[in-house]
Design a protein around this ligand. Structure first.
Ligand code: IPM
Ligand code: MN
Length: 370
């Protein structure tokens, strides 16, 4: 039986609580012989800072490099608001993305029928929604240099962030978008702000050229990022795959998450380039929600985004498609049965805890696997 090396990085806030639910699933899968998982655990974010003054240690970076996949919880919280910028909790996540070369961030937004009423939008707008936001993750304004705050001669300060993209960076994320679309509804919407940004002009050109050269069978549209934000809440079902840069992707995927009822529902996969020798790619899986310090430690968090992230790992890193389907089906069934954590419960209705939701999903998987 194939054996896989999983690194768990629970992080801060609700991270450890939702990762604990995934651990239950992983150990059950190992026990039943679906696949053999070797797991290790590391520190990232504020918890790493508390332990050794860095947002991730070199030892734990090494573990991440060696792992077949990383499962990441969440980082950050008010406790670390005052730590130096370079070692703030988010720096650990950004370093993982950059050093592992995880340029392709897949953020699917699927609206489960059972949850259509938990969205702030009307049911017919989001019922049956199934879109994929593909966010470029290692370039753009997140990493561009210069990135600094300088003091001018007159004593005033000046802050600079740099939005920068090369042809290669745009082309490789575009290629992932077209390939993913071919396995879905064959449509790509590329988004930038070419009306004000040079990087947007280049983005548009490179995607257009790539489409013409290699992917004419896929339908391509371009939409300015502000208009796309508006269209996402007006009629989101018009989209299939949306490909966009790091910053626009960050914002638009939060909007898309809320279409599905709660930020607690959205999983994500961050993938690197395929190694031609081994056919493997580095990968990190994380829920789109953050560390939610306000509800941390209370077993109120929704573990579904984290569990969905494990499902994506089974699918994209391990090729365990049946196991991935099983996880997704179990989540859907449990929701259809009416189980809700607080974030997706209708006002006045009973909500279950993080562990109760995790246990119910595991039980459903066991039933389905029989
Ligand atoms: C996300 C988060 C991160 C980001 C933060 C925690 C650095 O918001 O994954 O969307 O901005 O990319
Ligand atoms: Mn974000």
């Amino acid at each position: 039986m194939a054996s896989y090396n999983l690194l768990l990085l629970p992080g801060d806030g609700i991270g450890p609580e939702v990762v604990a639910e995934v651990e239950k699933l992983v150990s059950w899968m190992s026990k039943t012989g679906m696949a053999k998982f070797e797991t290790e655990k590391g520190l990232v974010g504020g918890s790493a800072y508390d332990a050794h003054g860095k947002s991730i240690s070199e030892d734990h970076m090494k573990l991440a490099h060696e792992a077949d996949a990383v499962l990441f919880g969440a980082v950050g919280g008010p406790k670390w608001d005052a730590v130096p910028y370079d070692v703030r909790p988010e720096a650990g996540l950004l370093r993982l993305r950059k050093d592992l070369g995880l340029f392709a961030n897949l953020r699917p937004a699927i609206c489960y029928p059972a949850l259509a009423d938990a969205s702030s939008l009307k049911r017919d707008i989001i019922d049956g929604l199934d879109i994929l936001i593909l966010r470029e993750l290692t370039g753009g304004v997140y990493f561009g240099e210069p990135k600094e705050i300088v003091t001018l001669e007159n004593g005033e300060k000046r802050a600079v962030d740099t939005q920068v993209y090369t042809t290669h960076e745009i082309e490789r994320i575009g290629r992932v978008a077209f390939e993913l679309a071919r396995k879905r509804n064959n449509r790509v919407t590329s988004s930038e702000k070419r009306n004000v940004m040079k990087s947007g002009v280049l983005w548009n050109q490179v995607i257009t050229d790539l489409h013409k050269r290699e992917f004419q069978d896929v339908k391509l549209d371009h939409m300015l990022a502000d208009a796309l934000g508006m269209q996402l809440v007006r009629w989101p079902k018009q989209f299939d795959v949306i490909v966009t840069d790091n910053l626009f992707g960050d914002m638009l995927s939060d909007v898309a998450a809320m279409l599905t009822g709660s930020l607690g529902m959205l999983p994500s996969a961050s993938l690197g380039e395929e190694d031609p020798a081994t056919g493997k790619r580095k990968a990190l899986y994380e829920p789109v929600h953050g560390s939610a310090p306000d509800i941390a430690g209370k077993s109120l968090a929704n573990p579904i985004a984290m569990i969905g992230s494990l499902g994506m790992a089974l699918r994209y890193s391990f090729g365990l498609l049946e196991a991935a389907d099983l996880v997704e089906k179990a989540v859907s069934n449990v929701l259809a049965e009416g189980l809700r954590t607080k974030d997706i419960a209708e006002p006045g209705r009973n909500a279950v805890s993080t562990t109760e939701m995790g246990d119910a999903i595991l039980k459903e998987i066991q039933t389905l696997a029989r």
